[in-house]
Design a protein around this ligand. Sequence first.
Ligand code: APR
Length: 252
Amino acid sequence: MDEAIIQAAAHLKTAQKVAVLTGAGVSKESGVPTFRDAMEGLWAKFDPQELATPMAFKKNPKLVWDWYQYRRDLVKRAAPNPGHFALAHLAKRFPVFTLITQNVDDLHEQAGSTDVVHLHGNLAQTKCFFDCQGYPTLVDLTTIQIDPDNTPPPCPHCGRWLRPNVVWFHEILPQHELNLAATACETADVILVIGTSGLVEPAASLPKLGKLKGAKLIEVNPDYSMLTRHADVKLEGASGVLLPQLVEALDV
Ligand code: APR
């Protein structure tokens, strides 16, 4: 067995409280492209970072809505991979286990994880751009007739735009979720950081916060990330391959 896996398992074997932060990389083997992967086909010419902002939506709501519909369709076709299942399995081993994700898909839940802390919202949900009935004004899209030539559809309450319930650049994260995530990281014995570039704040600071409070940091990523230099153990490779190996190592 790989030395890094053995080291990571040793940290986990003595841990009572575990926090996990996942990013787009954990869903990559499910066929969901990461945020910073090059897009294909029709969308290749757009920079996701320039579409995922309130300013972009105000400037061209149809473009941004349609791009999110494309992402929704990709996610709808995706199924959890062995990395998602390994995390759901891991949760059962520890008295306290908090799974925090920056992902807006529901693949962790589909794999059996519960109480997932979604820092960046939920792609399947839709809300009023103006939160006209209070934050957040969620709307059930299945009750609405959508004209594909005339998107975004109007909010049933105020008649203005609907948008996906995700956190865009320049927007603040949901406070409750951020508090849960910060507390979990600050009190964790071990933090697993999986499939994130560590480029986006405040999520990227959470593992560093935990590390300052004494947590051991284990990173799973095939590449270098902004969090790599803070890691006590680096598992270099795909999470769909390495997380099942980690679970197996814990059972030895
Ligand atoms: N297993 C694990 N990690 C992987 C894999 C894999 N199979 N494939 C790629 N990765 C890693 C990449 O090396 C990269 O470090 O996943 C990371 C993906 O990085 P990003 O695309 O930047 O995704 P993420 O860190 O989740 O982005 C954070 O930024 O765009 C916003 O709101 C969006 O939630 C997103 C946030």
